[in-house]
Design a protein around this ligand. Structure first.
Ligand SMILES: C[S@@+](CC[C@H](N)C(=O)[O-])C[C@H]1O[C@@H](n2cnc3c(N)ncnc32)[C@H](O)[C@@H]1O
Length: 217
């Protein structure tokens, strides 16, 4: 038996889009594409030339957490922030296994409470990950908890027109997403207690997305 809701077709345990492409969860999906994910690194260059230091206070060292770190694409920019601690968190073991740095990894679901101490990081980043989370409020309240006072959260949010179709040798599928506007993300952040702001990001004069910044008050 199948039923249709919000443009998606549900068939007991499987979900398909209107073109019958299977929609799967991020854990299974990113484990499956981990090997080929590196080929997307060249996309969205506007997000990979951000100088984070311009937003940070003068400090000798920052403790950094990368939420939805994947195979570590952000690491090449984050390494310029002076730091003693860097923790890469992701739901996909296979993505984390390709992280370029022998840093600490944590396999965890960002829609659940994190096994981390309160007030233990200065900088949290999350790039191209929030769109996979159904419940943003869990992420925001957990990030608020684990950041130190005045700590900052940097979110990479790009304007996506449609869900990517993925092809591995055995399967064609899309990874579940929950599209949101910048305004919706700002609202969730403010609700959790952050002071929120945005910086527009451009590629060849076309806006590709926003860098969304939350400061713990
Ligand atoms: C598009 S990739 C972005 C990876 C990396 N931040 C980058 O800039 O390339 C999204 C990442 O979010 C992770 N992810 C998705 N849902 C998650 C969840 N509920 N908990 C933890 N990680 C999740 C995926 O496994 C994947 O590595």
């Amino acid at each position: 038996m199948t039923c249709k809701l919000f443009g998606l077709v549900y068939d007991f345990f499987m979900t398909y889009d209107s073109k019958h492409t299977e929609i799967i969860g991020p854990k299974e999906g990113y484990d499956a594409v981990a090997q080929q994910y590196g080929q997307y690194h060249k996309h969205l260059n506007s997000f990979y030339t951000i100088n984070f230091l311009q937003f940070l206070p003068r400090k000798k060292s920052f403790d950094i957490i990368d939420l939805g770190a994947g195979d570590g694409r952000m690491w090449y920019q984050l390494k310029d922030i002076p730091h003693e601690k860097y923790l890469a968190v992701d739901i996909s073991k296979e993505m984390l296994a390709r992280h370029p740095r022998g840093a600490k990894h944590l396999v965890a679901d960002l829609e659940k409470p994190l096994p981390l101490e309160s007030d233990s990081f200065d900088v949290a980043v999350s790039f191209f990950t929030l769109e996979h989370l159904e419940r943003l409020e869990v992420l925001f309240s957990e990030v608020y908890r684990i950041l130190r006072p005045e700590g900052q959260l940097f979110i990479g949010h790009f304007f996506q027109r449609r869900m990517f179709e993925r092809n591995t040798h055995s399967k064609r599928f899309k990874i579940q997403q929950y599209p949101r506007s910048t305004e919706e993300i700002l609202q969730e952040g403010e609700y959790a207690g952050f002071a929120m702001e945005t910086v527009k990001l451009f590629d060849k004069e076309i806006q590709t997305g926003d860098l969304i910044i939350g400061r713990k008050k």
